[in-house]
Design a binder for this molecule. Structure first.
Ligand SMILES: NC(=O)c1ccc[n+]([C@@H]2O[C@H](COP(=O)([O-])OP(=O)(O)OC[C@H]3O[C@@H](n4cnc5c(N)ncnc54)[C@H](O)[C@@H]3O)[C@@H](O)[C@H]2O)c1
Length: 338
């Protein structure tokens, strides 16, 4: 059972009536991507109910800072709460689209605390879907992941059999299947398979940020494996554009890849970093980590035809912006009194 059997063309959407502001709910709104999606939506004229449970997946101060900035944005209201516990139907009432980004991300910890991944990725999604349908939400856009492909043949095509190799990948696939199976039962659903997202505000547990912080502090970088593993890195602004486009794409019941359009090795990343920090970057190799796939490359045919998507930010430019953000952040932290 692939979960795609109910794929169906949906009617092109008529954006809500003249003068009526469109309402969206964004889950995971205090997260790396969710917070930037909220700003993208308000710039496009939506009003946004931003929900986040401030889970302990990484330092909650980072999430609280993003939430504090969001709370100052016109057009955003913020609700702090856990999707597994919140009284969802009243929260969702009046929303046209739910952008469901809340979840527990990250491959490595998923081998240790799988139950948290099941809870935040699968149970939360099941609950959100049932309440969204009951509340009359038109569409759910789900933030799925390239990790559903595991070490499958590249480029990854959405109609290839998924083969996740980590509990994280398995829980994202399970949640994606729940969403796609719900399509056609009174609600539309699209699952976007994001490929390694990067840029300013990136999560502190993600490789590019860890590399940038180490290089700027003149500490050695730890490379797991030989560094030849490749990733289709996707700049966060491109992800936000694709996600907003998915609200109105004439499709439901399908998964769609969203990738940056090139595949870069970690050794290439280190070379770029040497130029960006203008100095020596030392590398220490450790054994490859379980769940770490060799190569990710997105086939972007569906993204182009269904979302009208084309990545705009090349990796070198996007990574330079992330490194500049990391540098500013480290300098701010240094200026803070101990
Ligand atoms: N960052 C990437 O490269 C990437 C790649 C593929 C898929 N994704 C998916 O995109 C989404 C956003 O990723 P991110 O990198 O911004 O992660 P993030 O951890 O920064 O954001 C996720 C947010 O969800 C919230 N959350 C988790 N469980 C919740 C619950 N039960 N109730 C309410 N809120 C909850 C967390 O507090 C967090 O703020 C995730 O679902 C992730 O799996 C991310």
């Amino acid at each position: 059972m692939t979960g795609y059997s109910n794929a169906e063309p949906a009617e092109p959407v008529q954006p809500a009536g003249h003068g009526r502001q469109r309402r969206a709910v964004v889950t995971g709104a205090a997260g790396f991507i969710g917070s930037q999606l909220c700003r993208g939506l308000t710039s496009a004229g939506w009003s946004v109910l931003a929900v986040d449970g401030f889970t302990d997946s990484y330092d909650p101060t980072e999430k609280l800072l993003r939430a504090a900035r969001l709370a100052r944005e016109p057009g955003v209201s913020l609700v702090a709460g856990d999707l597994v516990q919140l009284e969802l139907p009243s929260l969702l009432a009046g929303a046209e689209v739910v952008f469901h980004l809340a979840g527990r991300a990250g491959v490595r910890p998923s081998f240790r605390i799988e139950e948290r991944y099941v809870r935040d990725n699968v149970i939360a999604t099941e609950r959100l879907l049932a309440s969204s349908r009951a509340a009359g939400v038109r569409r759910v856009v789900y933030a799925s992941s390239s990790s559903v492909y595991g070490d499958g043949p590249t480029p990854f095509r959405e109609d290839a059999p998924p083969a996740p190799i980590s509990p994280y990948g398995r829980t994202k696939l399970e949640a994606e299947r729940l969403c796609l199976a719900a399509a056609g039962t009174g609600i539309e659903a699209v699952a976007l398979r994001y490929f390694t997202v990067y840029g300013p505000e990136q999560r502190p547990d993600m490789g590019l940020r860890i590399f940038a912080e180490a290089a700027l502090r003149r500490q050695p970088l730890t490379l797991l494996g030989d560094g030849s593993q490749r990733r289709d890195f996707t700049y966060v602004d491109d992800i936000v554009r694709a996600t907003i486009a998915a609200a109105d794409a004439p499709v439901s019941g399908l998964a769609v890849n969203v990738g940056g359009g090139s595949s870069i090795s970690l050794l290439d990343v280190v070379e770029l970093l040497r130029g960006l920090v203008a100095g020596e970057v030392r590398v220490e190799h450790r054994p490859a980590a379980p769940g770490d796939v060799r190569v990710t490359v997105a086939d972007l045919t569906r993204a182009r035809t269904l979302l009208g998507f084309r990545a705009e930010v090349p990796f070198a430019a996007g990574f330079a912006r992330e490194v500049a953000w990391v540098r500013d952040r480290l300098e701010r932290l240094e200026r803070q009194p101990a």
